[in-house]
Design a protein. Structure first.
Lengths: 284, 313
């Protein structure tokens, strides 16, 4: 794939616009996981429009990069990004998301182009990616393997089985990202099951750990570039994000917005907040 | 007495094909010895993956490798593989449709002395309930080879259960009729029978011996070696049931959700006949070596024959 020059401002604007697509999907279907969608969007945009060698034209090429959306409930942002990337039409996904008989299921569906594996049950993405990275390394393929997990997801024991094996096998072609928004359905991650020592915990499994601002595309770009230089170890990027980022005061950093469906009034307020942020970017 | 357990037959078959096909991968969860897979790991280190005692990881890693074009054979004791990593089998293998072959070793009550934690008497029910998962219980080493050779040719998920101990041969090198997903008939399916015995895995040999005992009593029995529990060979079940007055199923499994349930559904729907299901009890299984435990519950040739005599008009 032709690599385009990195433009943090353009990608940030794209990311704000794609949150509107997410909003439309959720308003139209009456369901979704908007808080995590908004926190993870910048990570997905950076991966798909800056970092990964994957698109509709090479989706069957064994040498592509591979991605698993381990936090499958943030599927609305994933579908929005895949549509923007050209895997399917944005209009189609907005119209059909979660509708009767639709392939745009409320968790990733690998019958759709661009989606490698089904997810939704938490704690599967990292172990699956360990298998993919082992296979790519065995076949000397250039592709890198990426996954994005939620921080609440890290309570699943299978995640740590994945960390263990990734470190044991020194999979430098593997990069895991934690969308560290510090909120889950029942409250803060620290109240529910603490991850205060997350950096040290992951590092102790033989991983190189990078912490960065997960709603800052320039910072994410730097982190992913640094990750590619690490030898003999997998890399975990702890992306510190804000749940609901971009949606303004009414939804940012509020656990209740994990899967809240906005009212018409709230919808208007969120659109306004996204536009204000976009204006800010344009005049920066 | 045959000394080669079915697990060893799997290893030997995979080794013979792995020389040519470098995508054949064996994965173990600290179980290579129990799986008889040590020779494979020694000869093909580049095609072997050890994950440690982590069955969930075992299955997910296998699925990831399969998605990237490898052909993983994933070995773990059936008790752990079928329940500890059940969700991984459901989501990463069956739902995502990855070419993973799950090999449940030391299945059923192979570890008879080790207690319920080590018995897999639920695996047929559990695995059969997953859409896009096939379930196979080969009966002897010759059939095991044919089954693995057949599985090597397809790219779909499957669960295979084998026992730990060598089982007496039913077939031979030169005479092992096998058609994928079709029961092997021992006896005559055409014409009239008194009893049709449908068995799978280690229960096929005693079922065949029961038929011989019954013959001496003037009772004609046909045996279906239903190694393919899912997809069940429904045609053979219905034909066998039509040919007989009584149907008996025999399995090394809990009485619910296994071969007996599947056969009873088909018979009830297509040619209602009395169906007797012989299985392990819905209770903690008594401690002992598997042979002694089978004898205790009547899961042997004499027990099957007795059941037939008792239930024939």
């Amino acid at each position: 794939m032709k690599k385009t020059e990195f433009d943090a401002k353009a990608l940030t604007i794209k990311s704000l616009e794609l949150r509107k697509v997410v909003l439309d999907m959720i308003m139209n279907s009456g369901g979704g996981h908007i808080g995590g969608d908004f926190s993870v969007m910048d990570i997905l945009v950076t991966l798909y429009f800056d970092q990964m060698n994957i698109g509709p034209e090479n989706m069957d090429d064994a040498d592509r990069d591979y991605f698993i959306m381990s936090k499958g409930h943030s599927v609305e942002s994933y579908y929005a990004v895949l549509a923007a990337k050209g895997f399917f039409e944005t209009e189609t996904v907005v119209r059909e998301f979660s509708q009767f008989g639709s392939k745009f299921i409320g968790h990733p569906n690998n019958e759709l182009p661009g989606i490698e594996m089904n997810s939704g049950s938490l704690g599967h993405g990292l172990p699956v990616c360990v298998g993919m990275a082992l296979a790519c390394r065995k076949e000397n393929r250039p592709g890198r393997v990426y996954t994005v997990m939620g921080d609440g997801e890290l309570a699943e024991g299978s995640v740590w089985e994945g960390f263990m094996a990734g470190g044991h096998y020194g999979l430098s072609n593997l990069c895991a990202v934690v969308d560290r928004n510090r909120l889950q359905i029942s409250g803060t991650t620290e109240q529910v099951m603490t991850h205060e020592n997350l950096h040290a915990q992951i590092e102790s499994f033989g991983w190189h750990v990078i912490e960065t601002q997960g709603n800052d595309i320039a910072k994410l770009h730097e982190a992913f570039e640094q990750a590619k230089t690490v030898k003999d170890k997998p890399v975990c990027i702890i992306a510190n994000t804000v749940k609901g980022y971009g949606g303004g005061e009414i939804m940012e950093n509020k656990a209740a917005w994990h899967h809240h469906v906005p009212t018409r009034e709230e919808y208007g307020q969120i659109i306004k907040a996204l536009d204000a942020k976009k204006e800010e970017m344009l005049h920066e | 007495m045959n000394k080669i357990p079915n697990r060893q037959a799997i290893c030997e078959t995979l080794m013979s094909y792995a020389k040519e096909d470098k995508h054949i991968i064996a994965l173990c969860s600290d179980s290579r010895g129990s799986a008889s897979m040590t020779p494979f790991f020694n000869e093909f280190p580049e095609q072997s993956v050890e994950v440690g005692i982590a069955e969930q990881n075992l299955v997910s890693i296998s699925a990831g490798m399969a998605h990237c074009g490898e052909k993983p054979y994933c070995f773990s004791p059936a008790c752990f593989l079928s329940t500890r990593s059940y969700e991984q089998a459901k989501v990463d293998v069956a739902y995502s449709n990855t070419n993973v072959k799950l090999i449940g070793i030391s299945g059923g009550i192979s570890y008879g002395e080790l207690g319920m934690s080590h018995h897999s008497a639920q695996d047929i029910a559990a695995m059969s309930a997953i859409p896009n998962m096939r379930v196979y219980l080969p009966s002897d080493r010759f059939q095991t080879v044919k089954l693995i050779e057949s599985l090597l040719k397809d790219e779909k998920p499957a669960y295979v259960r084998v026992g730990r101990n060598p089982v007496e041969d039913i077939y031979s090198e030169d005479n092992c009729p096998f058609e994928m997903d079709r029961a092997t008939v021992i006896g005559e399916l055409d014409g009239k029978n008194d009893v049709a015995i449908v068995a799978c895995g280690e229960m096929v040999r005693p079922a065949a011996e029961a038929a011989a005992i019954l013959k001496e009593k003037g009772i004609k029995a046909v045996v279906l070696d239903m190694y393919c529990v899912k997809p069940l060979d429904k045609g053979a079940v219905v034909k066998a049931a039509r040919s007989a007055e009584l149907v008996i199923t025999v399995e090394e499994h809990a009485p619910y959700g296994g071969l007996g349930s599947a056969v009873a559904v088909e018979v009830a729907a297509n040619c209602p006949k009395k169906v007797i299901t012989m299985a392990l009890p819905d209770d903690h299984v008594i401690t002992g070596k598997s042979g002694a435990v089978f004898d205790y519950y009547g899961l042997n040739a004499e027990g099957i024959a007795k059941k037939a005599v008792e239930n024939l008009g």
